[in-house]
Design a protein around this ligand. Structure first.
Ligand SMILES: [Zn+2]
Ligand SMILES: [Zn+2]
Length: 785
């Protein structure tokens, strides 16, 4: 149960973790001020999971509990800023306000200090005030329970009045002339609810065109009853429930193989090519769990991108679906929490990584869809957990049946299946019987030489687009850069306008004609007309962002309609759905977007997918970059040709002969994994070793360097030199005026993690109590992705 406890001069919510009678030593225990709940709101299995997460991911229990509980369930003390659950006016926000709003969306409330950090400003009050004035944020001035059930008022007619026709007509005659409003109210009610049903007071008011005072007159006369009811904020399903989908022969085989493994309590990797119909198999598994009165958890990488999936699932499970949406407000999240806790019927819970924290009472199945996705890993703040690995832990400790699904499973998961720790089931054919799309590489170097490029579009891509439009097909264009162009650059000397606080070029946004930093929110109102380095005036936007692609499309194909889906066009709650609906209804011919268009979209008429530039993915300095590039390209390619005719994909690249591109074209995921496993064994990377990354940040470059060196030295003495790599500079050395350095620790899989983690924590504790490194920010990331 939750309790209110004093901490310093603040009052906070705590969760009772254990009850004991040992008198604490070294400090005086204070009294609990209040017990919030009338029943436990956190289950035993959840506390067990949170304890494990705290030790495995090397963070405090408090960090884990804080991440788990929806902010609506946490009592706040003064000066905490929260997203307003009722939303407000998002128009005309400046960069700082947008940045803070984004941070509030991501984190469950910030105090002023944290707001300062987010904005990189000592005086954040102005920005906070702006959000409050616009109704977007709220502060909690006093200690109070934030979550209040939403109430609605219903009107119904007193049963006796309805049954006694004479009484009713007498009342009507009496008021017809004297009180026409009352007359209208009663007539309207009888029209809306001839059998005496409950009607929303607002509906009745509107229908009769009367005020609520008029309706209350009838209440005084004992003709109407009024009741106040808690209503769910979660939209109810009103459509028809369909029979479960029929499985094709390959699906049926896969399904029974999965069942066999699950019965033996062995997790399963379902490796099915894009469009192979994994969802239908999930549906059958979920239906079984629900029938047995169990809860089924369906994890998806990013809930906002899965509206299509939820619509499909609703057709089979109706109101048994509970969606835990990352964009839900505090009250909605609390409502889901309590529903999962209290509901004893079978149910399907669909949600992103945070849904693993829900207080399940009878979990009978966990599905992790697109298990390879890095969004299952939380980056900041702690706990830096990976929901897929948490699900693996749940499965191994509580024997909960687990299915990991992917068209491009992670190297780690394939390794586990090779080791026999999880079973592997393959689906190699598309559900519709349509072949996987045909993939071509457009050689950008050659096209540039032959001068056949038009802006960012190769001749090959343009020709395929023309052909697609001619056949009435739609096109998806993928470019993982938002804005107009990634830099504002000098044509003479190559100098780009950099962020003042970070080591990256500013992105040019044509809308508003400004340069913006996507990392810290710094911006320049108008781009310079002269190069600061050489004075040349040939400064122009360089490179291709989604805005520019949209603009170039207008010039190349003036007659077609283009939609864009990226962070800039999807800030409001339902923007995703609106764009996708327009595309689905053929109001748009082309959808341009960032990685948002690569996941979970299933459109019947997409005949062509264009990848505007594949090169950046292949050169990103990370041991997973080839794996990631393969996954990303295969996922986005998989959006093409899903229903009737074979789709096409054009990948634009300067290195069409790169082995990863070739593997993508031939669809040979197994060969890619074999190659990667060999490399990782040779160079000592997961799954052959376990990684822990320690990052240090400080505004003083010298201090972070010295601190990192000393910490590295100490850790080397403890664990031997070859287990400690660095300090190294990450790809972004300076962000928001903080210098970053990182150490990478490698441990063989056969060493017990508990032991070395305890040692590392001890060392970090010592390190952080040294006054020289006091203000150095240290972050520990276990199994970084
Ligand atoms: Zn220049
Ligand atoms: Zn910046």
């Amino acid at each position: 149960m939750r309790v209110v406890v004093p901490l310093g001069n603040r009052k906070l919510t705590g969760v009772v973790w254990s009850i004991h009678t040992e008198k604490p030593e070294g400090y005086i225990a204070k009294s609990i001020e209040a017990v919030v709940d009338d029943r436990p709101v956190v289950t035993k299995s959840l506390t067990a999971m949170m304890s494990w997460m705290s030790s495995y991911y090397m963070c405090s229990i408090g960090d884990v509990v804080s991440a788990a509980l929806p902010s609506g369930m946490k009592l706040a003390s003064k000066t905490r800023i929260l997203l307003n659950p009722d939303g407000g006016d998002e128009s005309g926000l400046g960069d700082s306000a947008t940045l803070l709003l984004d941070a509030l969306h991501l984190r469950d409330g910030l105090n002023l200090k944290e707001v300062s950090d987010v904005l990189g400003s000592k005086y954040p009050q102005r920005v906070v005030r702006l959000l409050i004035d616009k109704g977007l944020a709220i502060t909690e001035e006093e200690l109070k329970e934030k979550y209040k059930a939403k109430k609605q008022v219903f009107v119904s007619i007193v049963k006796e009045v309805l049954e006694e026709e004479e009484v009713l007509s007498a009342e009507l005659v009496r008021v017809e002339k004297k009180a026409p409003a009352q007359y209208r109210a009663l007539i309207a009610y009888l029209e809306l609810a001839p059998l005496g049903e409950e009607v929303l007071i607002k509906t009745l008011q509107k229908h009769a065109d009367v005020t609520s005072a008029v309706i209350k007159k009838w209440v005084q006369k004992d003709v109407f009853n009024i009741v106040e009811r808690d209503i769910s904020r979660l939209a109810a399903y009103t459509g028809e429930i369909q029979a479960l989908p029929t499985l094709s022969a390959p699906q049926s085989t896969a399904y029974s193989e999965i069942r066999t493994s699950l019965v033996q309590r062995k997790p399963v990797l379902l490796n099915g090519v894009t469009g192979s119909g994994k969802t239908e198999i999930y549906v059958h598994l979920i239906a079984e769990a629900i029938k047995a009165g169990q809860q089924a958890l369906f994890l998806v990488p990013e809930i906002a991108l899965t509206t299509q999936l939820i619509t499909r699932l609703q057709k089979f499970f109706g109101d048994s679906i509970i969606v835990y949406h990352s964009r839900f407000n505090a009250s909605e999240r609390t409502e889901v929490w309590l529903k999962v806790l209290d509901e004893k019927k079978g149910a399907l819970i669909v949600g992103p990584r945070s849904a693993t924290f829900l207080p399940f009472s009878n979990l009978g199945l966990v599905i992790v869809d697109e298990e390879h996705e890095s969004s299952y890993k939380q980056q900041d703040p702690a706990p830096r957990y990976n929901a897929r690995d948490v699900a693996m832990w749940m499965s191994s400790t509580s024997k909960i049946p687990l299915v990991l699904g992917s068209a491009t499973p992670s190297v780690e998961t394939v390794y586990l299946s090779d080791e026999g720790k999880i079973a592997r089931v393959n689906l190699t054919e598309r559900y519709s019987g349509v072949m996987l799309p045909e993939i071509f590489a457009a050689d950008l170097q050659k096209e540039h030489k032959q001068r056949s490029m038009r802006g960012g579009f190769s001749k090959l891509l343009r020709e395929e687009m023309v052909a697609a439009f001619k056949n009435g097909k739609q096109v998806i264009l993928f470019q993982n850069r938002r804005g107009y162009s990634p830099s504002w650059q000098c044509g003479a000397c190559g100098d780009a306008v950099m962020c003042e606080r970070c080591d990256i070029p500013l992105t040019y946004h044509k809308k508003g004609n400004g340069l913006h930093c996507h990392h810290c929110g710094y911006s320049v109102a108008t781009p310079p007309v002269k190069c600061v380095a050489c004075g040349s005036t040939s400064v122009t936007p360089k490179g291709l962002g989604t805005q520019r692609i949209e603009e170039e499309l207008g010039e190349l194909f003036p007659e077609i309609k283009v939609g864009r889906m990226d962070l800039d066009t999807t800030r409001s709650k339902n923007a995703h759905s609106k764009i996708l609906e327009a595309f689905s209804n053929h109001e748009l011919d082309v959808l341009v977007g960032t990685q948002m268009v690569s996941k979970g979209l299933d459109f019947q008429d997409v005949g062509l997918v264009g990848v505007m530039s594949a090169d950046k993915m292949l050169t990103f300095p990370d041991f997973r970059s080839f794996e990631r590039a393969y996954q990303m390209l295969t996922q986005v390619a998989g959006r093409s040709g899903r229903s009737t005719t074979r789709g096409k994909v054009v990948i634009q690249t300067f290195s069409p002969d790169h082995w990863v591109i070739k593997r993508v074209i031939s669809g040979d995921h197994d060969k890619l994994v074999t190659h990667e496993l060999r490399e990782r064994e040779t160079f000592g990377y997961p799954p052959y070793v376990r990684l822990i990354r320690i990052s240090l940040r400080h505004s003083d470059e010298e201090r972070v360097k010295r601190g990192a060196d000393i910490l590295a030295l100490r850790l080397r003495q403890r664990f031997s030199a070859e287990r400690v790599i660095g300090p190294d500079t990450p790809p972004l050395y300076r962000v928001n005026d903080l210098y970053h350095l990182q150490l990478l620790l490698k441990f063989e899989r056969n060493i017990s993690p508990e032991k070395y983690k305890a040692t590392i924590l001890e060392d970090l504790e010592d390190f952080s109590t040294d006054p020289r490194w006091k203000r150095l920010r240290v972050k520990v990331d276990v199994d970084p992705v």
